[in-house]
Design a protein around this ligand. Structure first.
Ligand SMILES: [Zn+2]
Ligand SMILES: [Zn+2]
Length: 412
């Protein structure tokens, strides 16, 4: 089984034309607990859990309804027929970060759309738990419009841990995970590969740990809760219902999963912290990615490497490596001015480069830039580039690579 990935696109646009069984998994929200807007978290993203899986038969699955769901809705393309016109939405549990996107999901307000919701009966809510969640979220004074504005067709189905059922050509299995007030993990087997989605779970309950392993068994993509560090998990955050990269790597190994995706990042984890977590995880398991908003994984495409591509980041990556500068401004006295100057200390956030080789997503590159010094002599600047984006290049045989850059020092 090989996994390839490409630029994100709204689902349903091209899958109908594919001949090989290909499934696309898109990450719309990857943050745990609460959305983050801190710029130090932008590279991995601040929206709470929401994934989209388009199966080879065109069936569209949505996993969780965190704030990432709004983004999915804004790029909405309804499923492309084949008798699979309804979208199947799985909600793992009722904590805020997994339901908060529902009232902001625009396709729910269009009567031509049809959604089938799957979730468990909570002992705190009783019958029609998810339906009650909808009503409560939109009750006065929490939301400006009421449920009657939601004109899309909606069906609600209760799912229990241990259940397994078919949707189109795909098999879905639900298992209980160890989390306060309960949480379901889902395993979706498509003709193109197997995705195991196990957010919000803490190790330590033998039976539920076994469930996690069963979900992950032989999966092409195993998405696991990696909110805390192993140290936090053993001490201050014990009992909070979450896991670590280390446990994920161990379960992936034991269950024979092919690729591990670290998920449900802590709101206090900055991009740099997640980079470090990923580095450590890659020392213990071969194929690991840190879930990132906009990441798209394709299952079942031809090729023999594991890859994941990402569309552009929110911040402009392109910079001209030109250190002579012209500065325009307003003087203290209120007069416009313009002058030539030289930037001596340049901090680059990112760059876009074109490569013949295809670097690994979320890996580091050494970049040395040749520039002209103050008197025209050649100077070089060494930078550490972290691969955050891979696109098909405009030049044939080249790949366009987006880098997040850090200075490593300059040399003559
Ligand atoms: Zn959560
Ligand atoms: Zn939770």
């Amino acid at each position: 089984m090989c996994i390839r990935a490409e630029k994100a696109s709204a689902q349903g646009q091209d899958t109908g034309k594919m001949t090989a069984p290909i499934a696309k998994l898109s990450f719309w929200g990857v943050r745990g607990s609460t959305p983050t807007v801190d710029p130090a978290t932008w590279r991995y993203g601040g929206n709470t859990p929401c994934l989209e899986l388009t199966a080879p038969d065109g069936t569209q699955f949505i996993l969780d309804c965190g704030t990432g769901l709004r983004m999915l809705g804004s790029r909405w393309a309804a499923p492309n027929g084949n008798g699979n016109a309804a979208t199947h939405i799985f909600v793992t549990h009722y904590h805020w970060d997994h339901i908060q996107g529902i009232p902001f999901f625009a396709p729910l307000y269009a009567e031509n759309n049809e959604f089938h919701f799957y979730s468990f009966r909570s002992k705190f809510l009783g019958r029609d738990s998810l339906k009650q969640v909808f009503e409560t979220q939109m009750a006065l004074p929490y939301f400006p419009v009421d449920m009657s504005a939601m004109s899309a067709k909606r069906k609600f189905k209760e799912v229990e841990g241990g259940e397994s059922f078919r949707i189109g050509e795909n098999t879905v299995t639900a298992k209980w995970l160890n989390h306060p007030q309960g949480c379901l993990g889902f395993r979706i087997e498509t003709p193109a590969g197997i995705v195991a989605y196990a957010t919000d779970n803490e190790p330590g309950d033998a039976k539920l740990d076994e469930n996690l392993k069963e979900l992950a068994a032989g999966a092409d993509i195993f998405i696991n809760d990696a909110q805390f560090s192993p140290e936090q998990l053993a001490t201050s955050r014990r009992g909070w219902g979450h896991s670590s990269w280390k446990v994920g790597a161990q379960v992936a190994r034991e269950a024979g999963a092919k690729t591990l995706v670290l998920f449900h990042h802590d709101p206090d984890s900055t991009d740099r912290m997640i980079d470090n977590v990923l580095r450590q995880a890659r020392e213990e398991f071969d194929s690991v990615f840190a879930a990132c908003e906009g990441m798209v994984v394709t299952l079942g495409a031809v090729g023999d490497r594991v890859q994941a591509h990402m569309p552009g980041s929110r911040t402009a990556l392109r910079r001209e490596a030109q250190f002579r500068a012209r500065v325009c401004g307003v003087t203290e006295g209120g007069k416009d001015f313009e002058e030539q100057t030289l930037v001596r200390d340049l901090s680059l956030q990112g760059a876009l480069i074109s490569l013949k080789n295809l670097p690994r997503l979320q890996s580091e590159l050494q970049v040395t830039m040749e520039t002209a010094g103050p008197d025209g002599e050649a100077q070089s600047m060494k930078l550490r580039g972290y691969v955050v984006r891979i696109d098909a290049g405009t030049e044939k045989g080249h790949t366009s690579v987006g880098l997040y850059l850090r200075t490593e020092g300059t040399a003559e």
